[in-house]
Design a protein around this ligand. Structure first.
Ligand SMILES: Cc1ncc(COP(=O)(O)O)c(C=O)c1O
Length: 452
């Protein structure tokens, strides 16, 4: 779809109101400008609706699962209703469990601790470290980066065909890359996993904020995501899916809430009966505000209509990609090519620029917040930068001697106004054409404006 076609649809959907939309920041060159938050892939701003819901609940805050008082009961209801709201948002199956965690990283570590004995894990090297690293105690097979979605399925099928066919196995895959924004063929990978008797967990940290996720339709066994990327930055995350491995596993944390009954034994020790529900892995007082915020975000996105949100985001993606394509010095990083379906996450490098310098100039001279680095997906970014290794000095100084082995990432979503992406494209063009208007220096390995 071209930018102009989507522009016609766009009138039905303005950006969703988010906190910070009117915040101004100083420019190093003088004056102030409205902050353009273009780092949604790291943490998205809170939806105004989420903030309002949290503020409305805050006076009624009370302990969850532990109090006889009215506000404790109300808070417990709110917590459990939030579980139901998340289950509905993810279109979970009958019998699936929603466990509240701190984040995607926490969710995947919880699942890693619940793997049955002898479980083999299959993971693409292209994953975020949160998906790549938690499987320390398992036999892990790291799969090479595929260059097409079809190749991803073939690679997985080949690896699964070679595995011990009788033992348990788990595939871990991301729904949308935090580097390229490209969508992975989750349904096909799930079918391949199941055909070989393996299970699959979907890392939806970057997918859920941009796209509807149906556990039932994708036929994944678990899905993990973080509240702070889903416009609900109050410290909670989700692991949802099959109950069996979780109910048989050691509790993630040992303590109150996870235990149903604790008694002293005659020999002086302690016997514990653990819950077999989600509570088994939710020991300690739960973060009811964080959980309620996630449920509120789920409702807000569903009510806004994902079709409209997706259409608007595709329109913004078109603007950014078309703008960057007009700058020959810019190379956009991609695994699956130009036509791959994607969310609003775009990484690139600029010829002759240290990425940290470029990101610093976007911030200091244009009030635009992006990220530079390897985005906690070192193997993937290194693969994508493979042919692009250039020695570029720190902060652009030709003899600085550092290797510009990192990239710049711009990312956006439901709260992003047109002006932010328009300003970004203009800034990239001006910086490449005219250079930075300020001097920068390196401090603790990062470029910062030199105010000395
Ligand atoms: C694809 C992906 N998975 C997992 C994570 C980890 O999320 P969190 O830091 O919220 O645990 C991220 C964070 O950037 C991500 O992009």
């Amino acid at each position: 779809m071209s930018v102009t076609t989507i522009a016609a649809d766009r009138s039905v959907c303005a950006p969703l109101p988010v906190l910070g939309r009117d915040v101004t920041v100083p420019l190093v060159t003088g004056g102030e400008v409205t902050y353009a938050a273009l780092d949604y892939a790291a943490s998205a701003p809170a939806l105004q609706r989420v903030w309002d819901d949290v503020a409305a609940y805050a006076p009624y805050y009370g302990s969850v699962h532990r109090g006889a008082g009215y506000l404790s009961q109300l808070s417990t209801d709110l917590f459990e209703n939030s579980r139901a709201a998340v289950s509905e948002f993810l279109d979970c199956r009958e019998g699936d469990q929603v466990v509240f965690t701190r984040s995607t990283t926490d969710s995947l570590n919880l699942l890693a601790g619940a793997l049955p004995a002898g479980c083999q894990v299959f993971v693409f090297e292209t994953e975020h470290h949160a998906s790549l690293l938690p499987w320390r105690d398992a036999r892990v097979t790291y799969l090479n980066a595929p260059r097409t979605p079809g190749q991803a399925v073939e690679t997985l099928e080949r690896a699964l065909a070679d595995r011990d066919p009788y033992g348990p196995a788990l595939v871990c895959v991301t729904g949308a890359s935090n580097v390229t924004g490209e969508l992975w063929p989750v349904r096909e990978l799930a079918a391949a996993a199941h055909a070989h008797g393996a299970r699959i967990v979907l890392d939806a940290a970057q997918l859920a904020p941009h796209h509807p996720v149906s556990v039932r339709e994708l036929d994944v066994d678990w899905v993990a995501f973080s509240g702070h990327k889903l416009y609900a930055p109050f410290g909670s995350g989700v692991l949802a899916g099959r109950a069996d491995w979780l109910k048989d596993a050691e509790p993630y944390l040992a303590g109150g809430g996870a235990s149903r009954k604790v008694a002293r034994r005659a020999d002086g020790g302690v016997d514990v009966e653990w819950h077999t529900t989600a509570a088994r892995h939710e020991a300690g007082s739960p973060n009811v505000i964080g959980v309620y915020a996630i449920a509120s975000a789920c409702r807000a996105l569903t009510e806004a209509g994902f079709d409209t949100l997706v259409a608007r985001e595709q329109y913004l993606i078109g603007k950014v990609r078309e703008g960057l394509a007009e700058v020959p010095e810019v190379k956009v990083l991609s695994l699956f090519g130009d036509d791959a379906p994607r969310v609003g996450v775009i990484s690139f490098v600029v010829k002759g620029w240290n990425s940290s310098h470029f990101a610093a100039a976007l911030s200091a001279e244009y009030g635009i917040g992006v990220r530079d680095g390897l985005f906690c997906a070192h193997p993937l970014v290194r693969t994508l930068l493979g042919g692009e290794r250039e020695d570029i000095g720190e902060c652009g100084a030709p003899d600085g001697g550092t290797t510009a082995l990192n990239a710049i990432r711009v990312s956006f979503g439901a709260g992003t106004p047109d002006e932010h992406v328009d300003r970004f494209v203009r800034a990239v063009k001006e910086l490449v054409r005219d250079g930075a208007r300020w001097n920068y220096r390196t401090e603790d390995g990062r470029c910062v404006p030199d105010r000395g």
